[in-house]
Design a protein around this ligand. Structure first.
Ligand code: ADP
Ligand code: ASP
Ligand code: MG
Length: 405
């Protein structure tokens, strides 16, 4: 008998019929003698409509209240699934984040899980109950409701699996697993059978939203094997595990794309010690995460400095950049939120040359201009105009030999 954590995403619980389908899967596992903890997302689209509703009241809703509101999406599905299971004569109870003792820091909207008590989950499991936990939510030390950032139910699931030392953590979604590229963009994308935590981390941080990045961090830290699969079929999905010899060691194993960032350029910044600190300290103090940074010589004793920030922080970052620009007498500040970051990833890149040039040549062939470049040991990213994002992903997928036959 095993302890199995199953997480179902928004499309899998989009209506009562789909919740029935989820209940059948849960019961199947339970009837095999296993203990089952189910983590749920809100119904597809609900989190977005709750955000829109809040924004009809004010453009910047109080973050604490927004989290109270957003947490209702997962509260609804958790209760509905527990009811469905009870109606099928199975013992089931729903728990909200705070009842499952998912303790987070107090960063509303993007809280980090600090610890999970899970006392009540364990008690219910002892009594052979099916435990249904509302994903995406927790509470801080003061008892305020917090949410874990978009896609955060994945992290709830992996963190609860780690806390319970579960035998497996299954992430049920609307695709059959992790693919070499988003299968909704690249029809020829191939499903990956096994992927290492490190590669999955890169893909998740570069836009493959199939797993929230923090869930992969948790999985790696606590060695939780994660099985990403579809709730609409019985096909085996993708195992996310430690790197091993059986994995295909392709030079490039995935192509990703993200439209979550915006670009800011300061023109004619004085070339002096301390200038970069003056520009980036206010951003850091405001909690804005700067991703790529490039500095070019302008002319004379001046540089141009360009960086990217998350789109939701764009306006705030522009305001801070304009203020600093005035202080240091920079000539101008330009902003652009119509960009995309396309990336190729792969552990095989570590000891292979020519990947970057192949990527640049492929984009050039499609007449796509590269605005910024950044690299790590296992990834190369280019910022381009957002309108070419899908074209770029398809071209790179073909160019690196990833298309399925
Ligand atoms: P859920 O609601 O189940 O959490 P998400 O919408 O968050 O589902 O994540 C699944 C989606 O992730 C897929 O529908 C797919 O469009 C997208 N996706 C992006 N990149 C990839 C990839 N490399 N492999 C699989 N899916 C991907
Ligand atoms: N409902 C939340 C969201 O839409 C969390 C999740 O689905 O994982 O982001
Ligand atoms: Mg998701």
């Amino acid at each position: 008998m095993a302890l199995i954590v199953q997480k179902y995403g928004g499309t899998s619980v989009a209506n009562l019929e789909r919740i029935q389908n989820v209940a059948k899967r849960v019961v199947k596992t339970y009837d095999q003698g296993h203990d089952v903890v189910v983590i749920l997302s809100a119904m597809a689209g609900i989190t977005d409509s709750l955000i829109e509703m809040a924004q009809e009241i004010t453009r910047a809703p109080e973050k604490r209240e927004l989290d109270v509101l957003l947490a209702t999406g997962e509260q609804t599905t958790a209760a509905l699934l527990a009811m469905t299971l009870n109606a099928m004569k199975y013992p089931a109870k729903s728990l909200l984040g705070f009842q499952a003792e998912v303790i987070t820091d107090c960063t509303y909207g993007n809280a980090r899980i600090m610890e999970i008590g899970a006392r009540r989950i364990k008690e219910l499991l002892e009594k052979r109950h099916i435990v249904v936990v509302a994903g995406f939510q927790g509470c801080d030390m003061e008892g305020n409701i917090t949410t874990l950032g978009r896609g955060g139910s994945d992290t709830s699931a992996v963190a609860i699996a780690a806390a319970l030392k579960a035998d497996s953590c299954e992430i049920y979604t609307d695709v059959n697993g992790v693919y070499t590229a988003d299968p909704n963009i690249v029809a020829k994308a191939r499903k990956i059978d096994r992927i290492s935590y490190d590669e999955m981390l890169e893909m998740a941080s570069l836009g493959a939203k199939v797993l929230q990045i923090r869930s992969v961090e948790f999985a790696k830290k606590y060695a939780v094997p994660v099985h990403v699969r579809s709730s609409f079929s019985d096909e085996e999905g993708t195992m996310v595990v430690n790197e091993d010899k059986s994995m295909e060691r392709l030079v490039v194993s995935g192509v990703t794309c993200s439209k979550n960032d915006a670009r800011i350029t300061l023109i004619k910044v004085p070339d002096q010690p301390g200038i970069a600190a003056k520009i980036f300290t206010p951003l850091a103090d405001a909690g804005i995460i700067v991703d790529m940074i490039i500095q070019n010589r302008h002319s004379g004793k001046f540089n141009d400095l360009t960086f990217t920030v998350p789109k939701p922080d764009f306006e705030k970052a522009m305001e801070l950049a304009r203020k600093t620009a005035a202080e240091i007498s920079a000539e101008d500040v330009l902003g652009d939120n119509g960009i995309a970051k396309v990336s190729v990833t792969g552990v095989g890149m570590k000891n292979h040359s020519g990947v970057a040039s192949h990527m640049f040549a492929t984009l050039a062939r499609e007449n796509i201009n590269i605005l910024m470049i950044s690299t790590s040991e296992i990834r190369i990213s280019c910022v381009i105009d957002a309108k070419y994002a899908e074209l770029a992903v398809r071209a790179l997928h073909t160019a690196f030999g990833l298309d399925k036959a």
